[in-house]
Write a protein of this length. Structure first.
Length: 254
């Protein structure tokens, strides 16, 4: 059930979602907007899909803007944050979702394919978090949500670069939680399993993968967005920080 205007827990709050034009990012943007957040829909290249997300949010009575930035580039991240601040004057939620894959076996992996994934999936998280943390520390509040992956916990053949980056995101999240917690800023990571997105629809061995998922299906972007919404908006999440939460159908059990 949609929240009523009086009960929207992110009313007058500002959320930035990187890589928000499709998949998990898009679902997160819509979910946070439904809670009343003013949403920055970040995209890397073409604005077409991002504009569609903005239109969807506006159609449901929400408020959103699309801002371009390659989050692996420090100057573009600074411009992204400046754009949000110029528009709304605060940043309350950051969802570090932008990511790419360049899959191949280790012995075939080119250094540039390694570096591209590390730059966007890990350095991008660092750059965005560093930029918003200055603002959140002054506000003495903020929620940072980093999208990791089960690949960062268990590894995955053909994804040495992706697995390394996502494992790095997990360690980074724990450090940020310890550094910023005293000022009321939380930092948590979500580790999705196989979610039905553009990134997974090309997998050639989906039937084999399903054998390792107790729930027997791929997840939906909205199911990851539900946890993002909880961590960003629910008062009960205020005492949760430094955690890694899996949305993976039971694929990884500690």
């Amino acid at each position: 059930m949609a929240s009523t205007a009086a009960s929207k827990s992110l009313q007058d709050k500002v959320a930035i979602i990187t890589g928000a034009s499709r998949g998990i990012g898009r679902a997160a943007a819509v979910a946070l907007a439904a809670e009343g957040a003013q949403v920055v829909v970040n995209y890397a290249r073409s604005s077409t899909a991002a504009d569609e997300v903005v239109a969807e949010i506006q159609a449901m009575g929400g408020n959103a803007i699309a801002l371009q930035a390659d989050v692996s580039q420090a100057d573009q991240v600074e411009a992204l944050i400046r754009g949000a601040m110029d528009k709304w004057g605060q940043i309350d939620v950051l969802v570090n979702n932008a990511g790419i894959t360049r899959d191949t076996l280790l012995l075939r992996m080119k250094p540039e394919d390694w570096q591209a994934v590390i730059d966007l999936n890990l350095t991008g998280v660092f750059l965005c978090t560093r930029a918003v943390s200055k603002i959140m520390l002054k506000q003495r509040s903020g929620r940072i949500i980093n999208i990791a992956s089960v690949a960062g916990q268990m590894g995955n053949p053909g994804q040495a670069n992706y697995s390394a980056a996502k494992a790095g995101v997990i360690g980074f999240t724990k450090t940020v939680a310890k550094e910023l917690g005293a000022r009321g800023v939380t930092a948590n990571a979500i580790a999705p399993g196989f979610i039905a997105t553009d990134m997974t629809e090309k997998l050639p061995n989906s039937e084999e993968i399903l054998k390792f998922i107790p729930l027997g299906r791929f997840g939906k972007p909205e199911e990851v967005a539900g946890l993002i919404r909880f961590l960003a908006a629910d008062p009960a999440a205020a005492y949760i920080t430094g955690q890694v939460m899996n949305v993976d159908g039971g694929m990884v059990m500690a």
